[in-house]
Design a protein around this ligand. Sequence first.
Ligand code: DX5
Ligand code: ZN
Length: 208
Amino acid sequence: MKIAPSMLASDYTRMGECVRAVQDADWLHLDIMDGHFVPNISFGPDVVHALRPLTDRPFDVHLMLSHPKRYVQKFADAGADILTFHVECEDDIEETLAEIERCGMKPSLSLKPGTPVEALFPYLDRLYMVLVMTVEPGFGGQKFMPEQLEKVRALRARRPELLIEVDGGVNRETAAACRAAGVDVAVAGTSVFRATDITEEIRILRGE
Ligand code: DX5
Ligand code: ZN
């Protein structure tokens, strides 16, 4: 299982050092919140752009925005590789996917815990990845919702080749459940950035 440390849990006074500290991870996860789609505000494309030269890891950008479509080009310019937005957003899903493709990024869709997995089915053929939320989006440090792994199993059964990521509450214990469910990539914020040995923690989460 690949690990994508979430910069939401990093020390914002030394973000650059935090990027270098997770150099051994597979991807870097960047959470973008608008204070409307979720009750929290994080950071925007300028911060993503500033961090881009510090690592060669893929940038996995998670848009928690009511209107993601109007920001797609900005995140492409900032250096995003994979761009995830929510199926519950207020923009047209097909048009937003087309905009992500037009900008040369890999399109991905996410869903909140309360949204049935069937909501993603019409779009699976166009997606590089699906991001299954295992907490309510908006904040780091929440408790993992194990029943959300049913969605991973349903997606895996339907599309064996689809890349599946989970996000929220991933630690040593819950990572093992994710691996057993067939998750390809796990986002981990608190567990990675609070670890005494970050490199070792990433290895354990991977299941190595
Ligand atoms: C929540 C974010 C997550 C969050 C995960 O809205 O999408 O990426 O940073 O943090 P932890 O790993 O602490 O649950
Ligand atoms: Zn996220």
